[in-house]
Structure formats: C-alpha cells, structure tokens
Design a protein around this ligand. Structure first.
Ligand code: PLP
Length: 401
C-alpha cells in the first residue's frame, strides 16, 4: 500500500546529499548548494511518472489542493462541487480558499458520479473538485462530458491516486490542475509533502508564486524578485523532497505488486455469492492501494466488520463509521464550528449541510470495506488473507464455509 513499506539506503543517500551542503531551502544559495536541488529533482520525477508538463512540490497534499484551487482561479464565493467521501483536506482547502463546498453524490466508483455532479450544478457553480478515492479513478468519460457541457473548471484531488490513470491519462491531469499527497500513508511518502501538476504553463507559474509569498523565482536575489501575485508559504524543504524523490522512483514497482495482489484477492473473493467490489472504471489504471469490497447492504457490512474483529482480521477500514473520511463524521462542517468566520458564515451555506440528501452515497459507503494492500506481501500472505476474509464474509452471508 504505502511507500513506508520500503525505505533505506537510497533515502539515506539523498538526505545525506542535502546534509552535506546544509542548504535545506529549495531556492537560491546557488554557490553553497553544490548543484544539489532535491525539490527540483522530485518535481521532475513526479512529472515523468505521471506524464505532466509541470509539477510543483509543496509542504503537504493539503497545501497542494490549495495551490490547485488558487491556480485554477477558484476563490471567494465560488461554488465548488465536492464529494462527501474524501479525506477532509479537500473540503478544508475549498473553504479556506473562500469558496463554498456543494456536496454531490458518489457512486460505486467511490468518486463523484456524472449524474451526481449534474444534479448539484447551480448558476453559481464554478468548479468541480473531483477526488479519486482509494487508489482507483473516477469515470472520466462521463465526468468530462458534464464538465465540458456546463463549462466548469475541473480540479482533481488525486491525493490517494498517484500512479492511477484512466484511458492512459493519469489522475490529476484531466482538469486544469491536479495534485497528490506524499504524507506518511500514501503510495509514496516524503514524510510530509504534496505535488501539484498541470499541463497549463500559467497555472504552474501561479502555483509556484502562490506557494512562496508570490516570489517569481527569477534571478538570484531573493526578496527583490518580482511578485506577480499575493501568496503564502507552502514550501517543501529539501530534506522532505529528497525522500519524496526516492519514493517516487519506487512507485511503478509498488503499483505492479499491488495490482498482482489485488487481482489474486478479487479472483478468490469474487467466488462469494453476494459480495461485490467497487467499480474500477479502468482496471488497467488502478494503483491498487486498496481492495474495496461492497457488501449487499450496510447491516451486512457492519456484521462483517464485527466478524473480522472477532477473528483478529485487521488491515481494513470501515469508512462509514470508523474513519474521518466521510461526511457523517464531519460535525464541525455540519454545525458551523470554526475557529474564525469563513465565507460559509459570511455568505450563507449553499446547502443545508445538516440535512443533505445523499442516499446513494450513504448506501455505498455503508456497504464499503477497504483493505490496504501491501506490495511487500508474499503469495502465501495474500492467500491466507483471502481465506480469512472469505470465511468471515461467508459466515455473515450464511453460506457454507
Ligand atoms: C491524504 C489526502 C490529502 C491530504 O494530504 P496531506 O499530505 O495529508 O495534507 C488530500 N486529499 C486526499 C484525497 C487525501 O487522501
């Protein structure tokens, strides 16, 4: 699943390069840094992996979402369609951009559906912030046709879907801007870090300026460069970038192993009557960080979770009740608990966040149990997990074990 499964000599070497020079800052200091530019190398590596024209590394996946929104021109008062199933960072980034999140339905892809987006569109809708969940990808053909038909801006939070793609195009590169997270739990980690990608030169330049107080990074006189726009500090350090760089190089190997393990598990578990899987719109583009099981209904899923716990089966997430990735757990948004006023309080919420009508989402997340897949598993470990899962599910669904 995660980059943290593999680390060692290569990370030490890259970090050491930085420690030798003592230049932990990603810009300037050309004479002292001895040709060591880890953030730049990290960006080149990510751009190469996903096929992006431009990549810009920042301090976290969350700040990468902020850069993606700002450089796509999304700001105060704009309505942005978002999923109710995502890591909360997506929603926070929209709110702290001054924009107003509008929740729409997901479907069995675990991502916003084209139909859900269509229903949530109002005359004030400016953009869609699409999240590719659980290592998989949204149905991009259908979504792009709604985006184009309604002239909306697409921003992709591919925080969980680095190295996933649809029809050969990486998640993150379908919209104006996209981004990935390199936090501790992702397919590649920098410790903390994030990368924004785009094929749009102007959006790239804006992100580069915005993430460093507006500096345009032209020339070598920090402070007296030009400052085309107002920005803030979302910079990544050279030490984090050094780790992210090595981890990015390992992603193709991890993706390949993950896919092998996910296919084995799906083959075995696919034999169970009544058990389904989340829809994968392009199975060739799966990053396969998660095996996503869909039980017949929420009650069955909850019983399976109990059965797993009783039998010592671990390594799964039941997002519906146990994780901070689902709207049912976001009491602060629903009840307007903020440290300081946001545009939701100033302009009014575009929806009644406490009474959202999202039956398809409730039903889908209620049925979903996701297992993190490890690239380092042996075939034996995969087979034994398949067997344990199978026994628990069959006993809940009252099938012969
Ligand atoms: C992890 C994640 C983020 C936030 O990334 P951080 O690096 O932890 O800030 C944003 N969006 C999604 C979908 C994520 O999974």
């Amino acid at each position: 699943m995660a980059g943290t499964e593999f680390y060692g000599a290569e990370e030490r070497k890259e970090v050491n390069d930085v420690l030798e020079t003592g230049i932990f800052f990603r810009f300037n200091h050309d004479a002292q840094r001895n040709g060591i530019w880890k953030a730049r190398e990290f960006e080149t590596e990510v751009a190469k992996l996903v096929g992006a024209k431009y990549a810009h590394a920042v301090s976290s996946g969350s700040t990468a979402v902020s850069c993606a929104l700002a450089s796509a021109g999304i700001g105060a008062g704009d309505e942005v369609i978002v999923p109710p199933f995502t890591y909360i960072a997506t929603i926070e980034a929209v709110i702290f951009a001054g924009a107003l999140p509008v929740f729409a339905e997901i479907d069995e892809t675990l991502c916003l559906s084209a139909e859900g987006i269509k229903k949530a569109i109002t005359p004030k809708t400016k953009a869609v912030c699409l999240v590719h969940m659980c290592g998989q990808m949204a149905n991009m053909d259908e979504i792009m046709s709604v985006i184009n038909e309604h002239n909306l801006i697409l921003v992709e939070d591919a925080g969980q879907a680095l190295a996933a793609s649809y029809n050969g195009i990486s998640t993150g590169l379908w919209g104006k801007t996209g981004c990935y997270s390199f936090d501790f739990f992702k397919i590649a980690t920098a410790g903390e870090g994030g990368v924004m990608v785009t094929n749009d030169e102007n959006a790239y330049k804006l992100a580069d300026n915005y993430s460093d107080h507006g500096h345009d990074h032209i020339g070598n006189n920090r402070g007296m460069e030009n400052h085309p726009v107002l920005g803030f500090n979302f910079r990544i350090s050279e030490l984090h970038a050094a780790i992210g760089l090595v981890q990015t190089r390992r992603v193709p190997m991890i993706r390949e192993n993950n896919n092998k393990h996910k296919k084995l598990l799906m083959n075995e578990l696919g034999k169970i009557d009544g058990l389904g899987f989340a829809t994968i719109p392009d199975p060739n583009g799966d990053s396969a960080t998660f095996l996503n099981l869909l039980l017949p209904n929420t009650m069955a899923a909850q019983s399976v979770v109990d059965e797993f716990n009783k039998n010592g089966v671990s390594g799964f997430n039941y997002w519906y009740t146990n994780m901070y990735h689902f709207i049912n757990q976001w009491g602060h948004i629903k009840n307007g608990h903020v440290a300081a006023k946001t545009n939701i309080q100033l302009l009014g919420a575009p929806q009644d966040y406490n009474n959202l009508d999202l039956p398809k989402t409730q039903e889908t997340v209620g049925r979903l149990i996701s297992f993190g897949i490890k690239a380092s598993w042996s075939d034996n470990e995969v087979n034994s997990l398949a067997e344990k899962i199978s026994i628990c599910i069959k006993s809940v669904l009252n099938q012969h074990v």
